[in-house]
Design a protein. Structure first.
Length: 102
């Protein structure tokens, strides 16, 4: 497991801010890992193409496949409400993969 693990989510509209977060973490918390739940395919494609060390991009579809209960709430919530609904499940998703990575 990395020294510290961080997780966030954003789409292509916030990509520049997400990259600023990544670079700040690399500067101020070397050895940390940043998991990003990519809320748009364009976001995922860009992050995957950049292939940045210690950045783990995850497609929203892959996250939803891993947690169908959360995915099922999408039809009943606004986009922003759905993203907030994902927050706790996203942390559990990351935690489960970090713990099992050892």
């Amino acid at each position: 497991m990395a020294n510290r693990v961080y997780c966030t989510y954003f789409d292509h509209n916030y990509l520049s801010r997400g990259l600023a977060l990544y670079h700040s973490l690399q500067r101020h918390a070397p050895g940390s890992r940043l998991w990003v739940l990519c809320l748009s395919e364009a976001c995922h494609q860009t992050l995957a193409a950049l292939n940045l060390p210690d950045l783990v991009p995850v497609r929203l579809a892959d996250f939803e496949a891993a947690d169908p209960e959360v995915a099922a709430t999408r039809a009943h919530r606004s986009t922003v409400e759905y993203y907030f609904t994902c927050t706790a499940a996203w942390m559990l998703f990351v935690f489960g993969r970090e713990v099992n990575a050892d």
